[in-house]
Design a protein around this ligand. Structure first.
Ligand code: ADP
Ligand code: MG
Length: 242
């Protein structure tokens, strides 16, 4: 059974159809890269999965539970799905540790001490233990983004969604974030990452999904999709950016 199962997902903004009956599955421990032209709906799909957008049709199941059921509690669902955006959005007036424990304690009701212990453990694992008491402006962009990822991991989510997490970074800072994501993959963290970095998708993803026309037009192992794309649209897209 899939950890995440999207069926017939439809999402419109006004009369603009962004997701048009999309099916998308992710298995436990799998790392899936979403690729596709700007505006193809990668972010919208991630936002739908995290219940930041309401579907116009279709269903999403996580661990067999129907999370897009109107009776589902979005806070409970989001406890099990971490999301990190392009701009890291740390609170500037809070230390790294305070940033990381805020949501688990305030939103998800985790005891403060347990949240602190988990936060410090995660910060240690990603080499940021000594930054726990620092304010975000003392950190590099790469360090800030790693803290944002830690913040999403403290709830031990079943699924981690990463939306262009390296796009806002200076090129020399991209490597440390990619290396962290590679470590998370070795730890078995299930991830869906929207990215326009094909090199990264190729290195870290078990499967690449090409979004086009509101659906997954083509998918497969990166070596296959990048080397021998079947669909003309995929070839066209890859030809443009590689
Ligand atoms: P991608 O992440 O692949 O670049 P997005 O999911 O951000 O694509 O956007 C898909 C389309 O939906 C774009 O045409 C975008 O302008 C539109 N869109 C996204 N969010 C909104 C919104 N809140 N209101 C109106 N249109 C939106
Ligand atoms: Mg996007």
């Amino acid at each position: 059974m899939s950890l995440l199962a999207c069926r017939g997902v439809r999402k419109l903004f006004g009369d603009h159809v962004v997701l048009d009956g999309l099916d998308f599955d992710v298995a436990e421990h799998e790392v899936v890269a979403l690729i596709g032209a700007s505006g193809s709906g990668k972010s919208t799909l991630l936002r739908c999965v995290n219940l930041l957008e309401e579907l116009d049709d279709g269903t999403i199941h996580l661990d067999g539970e129907h999370i897009t059921d109107p009776r589902a509690d979005p806070d409970k669902v989001r406890q099990r799905i971490g999301i990190v955006f392009q701009a890291y959005n740390l609170f500037p007036h809070m230390t790294v540790l305070e940033n990381v424990v805020l949501a688990p304690v305030r939103v998800h009701g985790m005891p403060r001490q347990a949240a602190r212990d988990l936060a410090l453990e995660w910060l240690g694992r990603v080499g940021l233990a000594e930054k726990a008491g620092a304010y975000p402006d003392r950190l590099s962009g790469g360090q800030q983004q790693r803290v944002a990822i830690v913040r999403a991991l403290v709830n031990s989510p079943r699924l981690l969604l990463l939306d262009e997490v390296t796009s806002a970074l200076d090129p020399e800072l991209v490597g440390e974030v990619l290396s962290m994501i590679r470590d998370l993959k070795s730890d078995g963290v299930t991830m869906v990452l929207a990215t326009h970095e094909m090199g990264f998708a190729r290195q870290v993803a078990d499967r690449v999904c090409f979004l086009d026309g509101g659906r997954v037009l083509e998918q497969g192992p990166p070596e296959k999709v990048f080397a021998e794309p079947v669909e003309a649209r995929t070839r066209q897209f890859l030809g443009r950016i590689i």
